[in-house]
Ligand binder design. Sequence first.
Ligand code: AMP
Length: 557
Amino acid sequence: MTTFADLDLRPELLRALTGLGYEEPTPIQAEAIGPLLAGRDLLGQAATGTGKTAAFALPLLQRIAPDGSAPTGRGPRGLVLVPTRELAMQVSEAIHKYGRELGTRVLPVYGGTPIVRQLKALQRGVDVVVATPGRALDHISRGSLVLGGLDVVILDEADEMLDMGFAEDIETILDGAGEDRQTVLFSATMPSRIAALAKRHLTDPVKIELAREKPAEGEAPKVRQTAYIVNRAHKPAALTRVLDHEEPTAAIVFCRTRAEVDEVTVTLNGRGYRAEALHGGIDQEQRSRVVERLKSGATELVVATDVAARGLDVDTLTHVVNYDVPAAPEAYVHRIGRVGRAGREGVAITFAQPREHRMLKAIERLTRQKIAIEQVPTVADLKARRLELTRASLRESILEDDLGQMRTVVEGLAEEFDLMDVALAAVKLAHDASGSTADEEDIPQAAPPKPRDRDRDRGSARGKPGGGKPHRGLDGPTTRLFVGAGRAAHVRPQDLVGAITGESPLSGREIGSIQIHDRFSLVEVPEDSADLVVTALRRTTIKGRKPQIRRETARHR
Ligand code: AMP
């Protein structure tokens, strides 16, 4: 088992990881960090949720850390290309967190926002730029982003970038970066055009393929497996909502980091659960006590990291909850192996963010079992369940027949009110006293990314007028938007994709066909997002202009 300490990382980086509560490297980190520190190029197949960001960011930070040697040239030393604005911010934040002690300056650079602030920041000097390809190219042509000093170039989610029409931009950028740089390419899938890109721009790369799918017969236990797709912000509420519904007798809630274990434990206790934390920062004695309490039923929930739960064997366990999708499918199998033993029914519940949907698929392939995506119980579901509980308690109370003392109260009230009204008021009081219904809002179901056939190479249908068919079959009704700028204004499909994904909650894969005509362009988007996209695009500029944006009228068809 590799530890972070085995990986030859600088103490500043190791301290950052400890501070973040990472207990051990994920498989992709264990495999990638060594070769990257040794200066190798790398071609890695890994999806979101595997820990790939740290896998490339830590060696990047180590390589460019100030160690007395002068930087090789002007401009940033690291460039990370990512498909979307959201990812640019996320990766940039991660690099900043890991490199805090080293004082590394990181700047996210993406389209759809005014360029001036980015220009100023670049002028002041940065060490790492995390950029979407279109905006990166924009800065390169303005001279504000210089590629000559780059030591490391990283392509993150390369398949996604190609899907979004950034192939040409990426080629241009890679051609402009110095020959002796290190190049790293991560992609969730490896279609042939990614292999071709790697062949052209990577030198003798180490190849890492994460999802080694070699399911051993009978390895996966029989467990009811469900998943909920929710955004990060809604996870704590979704967890308690689902636990309220499931009412586990004994459960382990798995988290990725110590910090998360602590947070979730506090959340659960705050909501009336008896939950105890178990992670590497807790001493052995306390740890044994927690395990004992879980076994004896004094504790119903233990919140744990994988490392801390290793070897934990509790026969009475009914539920395994994955507060995060585990970084490797094998870890999932290991986690849920703790329930469903000896013929008892076990339940595995996984909370996944929309981006982690692919990890669920990888797990399904490994276990050869289906994970059912379910809706988080709604407020109405929960209310109905609580009412049912109140009804059951009232029924019990009537059957117990110890209501003598109450008789005078009811008789007194019955002289004044209808007996039915008296009963209603009493039930309401009992119900209200049984639990809070405050702060309950429905938890939005986050849409999983639309499935698509990623492994088939597809020539870009984008940008060709007349190709009226949806580019990637959006499910459900769509609408076309009219954008009053086209080829004459040098608008390219990727400019529109960049503006839409940058300004609205839509991801690249939710955008359908794009047609660029001379004086206008047409973009297909899901009908129910059309107004949102129109409003968002009106706030921004496209190729420095503010073109007219509206729903398409029939005459453009
Ligand atoms: P990524 O796949 O890079 O998007 O990372 C997914 C999540 O895992 C992020 O929230 C990281 O902070 C977290 N993470 C990455 N590496 C580790 C690790 N070794 N231990 C715990 N959490 C990690």
